[in-house]
Design a protein around this ligand. Structure first.
Ligand SMILES: [Zn+2]
Length: 300
């Protein structure tokens, strides 16, 4: 009796039909690329982008060990910390302003997954939320203590003692999750009825983005594929906003029967990926340098 090969397709829908898309090969071991034909694929069924072969957990661990926020050899200086804090607080306030109009009065418990240095947790806490952050990197803990916020160090997948939350967010980190389907189902289990789920992703198809999917990413959603995935898992997308090369998407766990499914625009997503570096070079880059020049002039 023949042994069935494991499904090798898209991690979200298992389709084996795909387009090849450009990727950032920094961090991809040369031998791995040569021997195993490392590449990025765009699923023709659900428009999700994913690497083949997928990095193993030990390869990802090695990558993250080399890229922690703080090591004994490379301490974050006070100056870098201050600059990072200002930038983080701007994004935290954007997230807060985006979510606020959709919050019901009684909602006040908040969990920020992959909270990093903790700016978003601090921001919500300062507005009266009972906020908690979780991050896998133990080196972030000292920054949480500095900010006087509640946090846990570890993987969300391994923590079962959580209470339920009114709002859960994951900002610029959902593409590092190794099992996206299980992750989104776990978020749904952790949310209260009418709970809100905020996802912020870098929009690699934007004119303003020079980024591409890379070795640290285990999958990569676009606006379309993320919307379809959330709807498929029983969420209703209530708001979407694009800010400076990022996409903010807010969904509620309370699915409404009248909710219409979105169309997956796979071909246009493919065109957006393959044309991204040219659009950045001829539109995004000149625009961003013009903005920088205007700011310098105004600050004189
Ligand atoms: Zn798919």
């Amino acid at each position: 009796m023949p042994i069935l090969a494991p499904i090798e397709g898209c991690p979200l829908c298992q389709s084996d039909q795909f387009y090849r898309i450009p990727f950032n090969d920094k961090g991809v071991d040369r031998a791995k690329k040569r021997l195993e034909n490392y590449e990025w694929r765009l699923c023709k069924s659900c428009a999700n982008a994913y690497p083949k072969p997928a990095p193993t957990l030990s390869e990802l661990q090695t990558y993250w060990d080399q890229n922690r926020v703080d090591t004994s050899e490379r301490q974050i200086t006070e100056q870098v910390w201050q600059a990072r804090q200002v930038q983080d607080m701007i994004w935290a306030q954007r997230a807060y302003d985006f979510v606020t109009p959709h919050v019901v009065t009684a909602q006040h418990t908040y969990l920020d997954i992959a909270c990093g240095l903790g700016a978003t947790v601090e921001c919500f806490q300062s507005h009266g939320w009972d906020a908690l952050g979780i991050d896998a990197d133990p080196n972030t803990k000292e920054f949480h203590l500095k900010r006087n916020i509640r946090s846990r160090i570890g993987q969300i997948e391994n923590m079962e003692e959580f209470i339920n939350f009114d709002l859960i967010s994951i900002c610029h980190a959902i593409y590092f999750i190794t099992d996206p389907l299980n992750f989104i189902r776990q978020v749904k289990r952790l949310l209260n009825q009418q709970g809100l789920f905020l996802v912020v992703i870098s929009d690699f198809t934007s004119n303003l983005s020079s980024g591409q999917p890379g070795f640290a990413h285990t999958w990569y959603p676009t606006e379309y594929s993320l919307r379809v995935l959330l709807q498929q898992e029983g969420f209703k997308v209530v708001s979407t906003k694009k800010i400076r090369g990022s996409i903010l998407m807010l969904a509620t766990a309370e699915k409404q029967d009248s909710c219409r499914s979105s169309t997956v625009r796979v071909f246009w997503t493919y065109i957006a990926h393959v044309s991204q570096s040219v659009r950045y070079r001829y539109i995004g880059q000149p625009f961003l340098s013009l903005v920088r020049r205007v700011r310098r002039t105004l600050n004189r």
